[in-house]
Design a protein around this ligand. Sequence first.
Ligand code: HEM
Length: 439
Amino acid sequence: MAIDRKDTVPIPNPKGEVFSLTLFGKKRIFISSQKLMEEICDEKRFGKLVSAALGELRNGIHDGLFTAQNDEENWGLAHRILVPAFGPLNITGMFDDMKDIASQLVLKWARYGNDYVIPTTDDFTRLTLDTLALCAMNYRFNSFYSDEMHPFISSMVSFLKLGGDRSRRAAFMAPFYRADDAQFFADIEYMRTLSQEIIDKRVQHPEDTKDLLNAMLYGKDPRSGKSLSQGTIIDNLITFLIAGHETSSGALSFLFYYLVKNPEAYRKAQAEVDEVIGTESIQVHALQKLPYITACLRETLRLQPTAPAFSTTPLSPQGEVIGGKYSVEHGQPIAALLSQIHLDPAVYGSDAEEFKPERMLDEAFKHLPPGAWKPFGNGARGCIGFPFAWQEIMMVTAMLLQYFDFAPQDQSYRLQIKSTLTIKPKDFFMRATLREGWT
Ligand code: HEM
């Protein structure tokens, strides 16, 4: 599209459906309506931009899938090799491993009994990390068998925190943060060394499994016939753990928050589990028969998109005009604020802030306008782990509702949010009582 700047107006500051802010010397544009979201999701005009905290992670995971710039060759290579590994058949094949880890969580809560104050987000993080490590590289962190986190997990948490800190400080401050920087690079070194050891072990002792590591070691790009280098395999092994653990554990934590705070929704979700699964051991095909829980999860991710924003930029060197009047330069970040877009009253009405799973049942969901629900990002750069996360969260939710009755530890708890690269509920604790029939 030809760009005529004479018809453009300055982007307003500081708030509205589009606004701009200068943060740490860089101008960023923010959008918060479904209409603008629809526009910037046009992959012919806009592409992903990696900057700020995500850019810092490139020190450790380079051009891995999540942190690659749009035009980097390794992204296309890894994407084409890995898409089949995240296909329905493969993800279904991971069900038993996912259930193995979920059963460890059920056992822990059952043994501790209803006096135990469940650290909701911490326990769900143990679950999602252990599940990812098992399904990605057949490795067990055994987080439910120890109070201490596995050193890989401590390094990853520290790497993410320090990466965020580094992105927020001006270059001239660097000499004051030498110890932090040394820790940041030590974390990277540790994660990469352990990943290399896991790869070496697999190469020396091949395993007949359909995990992501095998897909990366033996997969060939259908276009070029090339394979992934060992460095790229390490980048992506760490990427899966980073991209997939907090997003999924945050989603589970928010989902349980909304369920225990909305007794009617809770009752319907549990009744659905009782009707479809009863006291049988859950099987993968049952997950297709849980429309109400599906709607609860969609509604949770609408209200609390655990990856709360992503950035794009105009592809054309001439830039673009958005909303018919705002001019954006090539390379200038446009941050899509999902937590605002998902509340757009033009789409969701005046009760947009309320948890109402009914609005996300299949019939209504498929009629949502484009851009109205984007918790998994957009197009080719959207979440490759979406089917993995969905299967895991649906299975864990169904299993937990099957075994336990839940209540908030403090009935008066009001939702507070902890934000890093992702969002999660802060200080949200629950209690779980085994249901009749399991005691
Ligand atoms: C990308 C959300 C789970 C791996 C993304 C993006 C979002 C997202 C919004 C796009 C980011 C951007 O454009 O900058 C979520 C949510 C999840 C989840 C809400 C859970 C509820 C997972 C899991 C995995 C994963 C379980 C791994 C198994 C990735 C990767 C990318 C990505 C590798 C980059 C894809 C690419 O650019 O090619 N995710 N994610 N995610 N996600 Fe997820």
